[in-house]
Design a protein around this ligand. Structure first.
Ligand code: C2E
Ligand code: CA
Ligand code: CA
Ligand code: CA
Length: 275
């Protein structure tokens, strides 16, 4: 057994050690990314389905590391959550996004993603309140996007938190709707203002009567409950037409506009000297 153990250690340890070192290096890079100005907030438009007019933007975080290049949020957000950094990072995104939106010449909405870790953090309400006060953004223009995973543990506490957020005047969106275990139950249990139908439905929508029925059903329930519906991941004209037909209120996706840095949202900045 001893020999096997030694053998085992000899074969697997270097690999495991290397992986651990990579993980630590990634975490260390992430830890200093904010102070090194490697983080930037991008903005993706949300449009009204009937007119095609832009009604708001979603803030999406971007990390460009000098050696790693652009790192996907799908890769670094979970790490930031694990090492607890998401609280600081998330508040930074919220402040940037609110500051940016407050500077626009039109009162469009700004949607900001809220990690479940931020949601559970003790200072959430006071931190959102502070950012609103600091930036002077009208709270009615702010939408916080949360996923169903936020709602899994303690329902009474979650409900109280959501209500406290809504008392600030901000709106709550349920992101990635339809992918979780209890989407429909959550729809009636929590005071959402908006539901975002997950991209997995939108990508299968065209030519699939079953998916169309499901999406139509979600939109119908949303309307009955007084919630705005938005579809994410709209990439084609066919999807756009189908969603319009089904009565979806708003659309977001590469067809309508890709995430872009604040400097590219020219029409929203009063200074016309850029032209
Ligand atoms: P999400 O909140 O579901 O954001 C939508 C993702 O879909 C974004 O990816 C966006 O760039 C991408 N997308 C938009 N339109 C299309 C389309 O037409 N087709 C396809 N295939 N994709 C589209 P991104 O920016 O890479 O973000 C990935 C995820 O990372 C987000 O998913 C969100 O969960 C998380 N994330 C991004 N920024 C933040 C943040 O500031 N805070 C937190 N907590 N999470 C964030
Ligand atoms: Ca989102
Ligand atoms: Ca989403
Ligand atoms: Ca999604």
């Amino acid at each position: 057994a001893k020999a096997m153990g030694a053998n085992h250690a000899c074969i697997f340890q270097p690999e495991m050690l290397q992986r651990l070192q990579e993980k630590k290096a990634f975490e260390a890079d992430l830890q200093v990314a904010m102070q090194n100005n490697e983080m930037e907030v991008y903005y993706q438009p949300q449009v009204m389905a009937d007119t095609g007019e832009i009604c708001g933007y979603e803030a999406l975080l971007r990390w460009t590391h000098p050696v790693r290049g652009m790192v996907s949020p799908a890769e670094f957000i979970p790490v930031a959550e694990r090492i607890g950094m998401i609280v600081t990072l998330g508040e930074w995104v919220l402040r940037q996004a609110c500051m940016e939106a407050a500077s626009w010449t039109k009162p469009l909405t700004i949607a900001v993603n809220l990690s479940p870790v931020q949601f559970r953090h003790i200072d959430l309400i006071s931190s959102v309140e502070a950012v609103l006060k600091e930036t002077g953004l009208d709270p009615h223009r702010l939408e916080l996007e949360i996923t169903e995973s936020v709602l899994l543990d303690d329902n009474q506490h979650t409900l109280e938190l959501l209500q406290a957020l809504k008392r600030l005047g901000i709106k709550i969106t349920m992101d990635d709707f339809g992918t979780g275990y209890s989407s429909l139950a959550n729809m009636s249990a929590f005071p959402y203002d908006k539901i975002k139908i997950d991209r997995s439905f939108i990508s299968q929508l065209v030519g699939r009567a079953d998916i169309q029925a499901i999406v139509g059903f979600i939109i119908g329930v949303g309307r009955t409950l007084g919630m705005v519906t938005i579809a994410e991941g709209v990439e084609t004209e066919e999807q756009y037409a189908q969603l319009k037909l089904l009565g979806c209120d708003q659309l977001q996706g590469f067809l309508l506009g890709c995430p872009a840095p604040a400097s590219q949202l020219q029409a929203l900045h009063g200074d016309s000297s850029v032209h």
